[in-house]
Design a protein around this ligand. Structure first.
Ligand code: SF4
Length: 303
């Protein structure tokens, strides 16, 4: 049974590829662990017409940079990170007393889409190879920008291959480039936004909580008031977080995530150096809700 509010766009995705529409694919970190030969799955999708592939994890650095900028402006800030669309919607719609602590920073997925569209000027539509049945809820911003169009859940793509068997050995493996910092210097290295910020600001404490019941219990128990000093609460709706999202299904490979393997550690000066470059090259407002593309002088949906 599917979760209420779930959406999977695999039918529209393949239909529009067949029509020759230019579609680029953003890739969740969990995807590589859910297919037996992920590079050849990408090779297959490339043959179907996907124009390019972009792992999302490196773009988490932009999201962490936005939080970093907020904390530099307000060192005593206490907030809830807004990376989980399920928790965001729950807090906004049913627990507005906590929703006010959401700073409305784009998720790593939306940072990726906005950067690639607004700064790299990539045209076409974006699909997300997604662990999340609810992720579509954030694809179009409240300002009406459609940053991502298709929620292609990992489970749906695996089931599509079961219904449409393909000899993947016929396809060239595809290895998308990730840039000079591999899969990034923050989320890839520290595993959470809060831990990344703790690394940058030793006076900060953070707590990651997974599952709505436990997350709400902490919020109802007053964690935002009880913790002293600057504090980051990072709740995820799914028990086990996004790597156990409702769009993943049961299929898992041996755990070798191959070319999506994360960097095990990083150096503070590397992160601060990267963020200094972001300050020169990006506009922080471009990665927050309620803003237009100040950095590029155009809307993110253009192109
Ligand atoms: S934790 Fe679950 S609901 Fe939240 S973004 Fe990840 S997959 Fe989606």
């Amino acid at each position: 049974m599917e979760r209420i509010g779930s959406r999977n766009d695999i039918t529209a995705f393949f239909r529009d590829l067949k029509k020759g529409q230019p579609i680029r694919m953003l890739i969740a970190p969990a995807a590589a662990q859910c297919f037996a030969d992920f590079p050849r799955v990408l090779g297959f999708l490339w043959e179907q017409g996907v124009v390019s592939f972009h792992p999302v994890l490196p773009f988490a650095d932009i999201a962490v940079w936005v939080y970093y900028t907020m904390l530099r402006e307000n060192p005593e800030a206490r907030f809830i990170t807004s990376a989980c669309v399920g928790m965001n919607r729950l807090l906004e719609e049913r627990f507005p007393q906590f929703g006010g602590a959401l700073p409305r920073v784009y998720s790593p997925l939306l940072c990726a889409a906005r950067y690639l569209r607004g700064y790299k000027k990539l045209n076409g539509s974006f699909a997300f190879l997604s662990p999340c049945a609810l992720k579509w809820k954030e694809f179009t911003t409240p300002e009406g920008e459609e940053l991502v169009r298709y929620n292609v859940t990992i489970d749906a793509l695996n089931r599509w291959f079961e219904a449409n068997p393909a000899d993947l050995s016929r396809y060239e493996p595809c290895f998308p480039e990730t840039g000079e910092n591999g899969h990034g210097l923050t989320l890839a290295a520290f595993g959470s936004i809060g831990k990344s910020l703790e690394f940058l600001f030793p006076e900060i404490t953070s707590r990651v909580e997974q599952g709505t019941a436990d997350s709400l219990a902490y919020l109802s128990g007053g964690i935002m008031e009880r913790e002293e000093g600057p504090f980051v609460f990072e709740p995820y709706a799914c028990p086990g977080g996004c790597s156990n999202g409702a769009g993943i299904g049961k299929k898992r490979t041996s755990g070798d995530i191959g070319f999506l393997k994360c960097r095990p550690s990083t150096a503070r000066e590397d992160v601060v150096g990267l963020f200094s470059r972001f300050e020169r090259e990006l506009a922080v407002g471009d990665f927050q809700y309620g803003q237009t593309m100040a950095g590029t002088g155009q809307t993110a949906a253009a192109g």
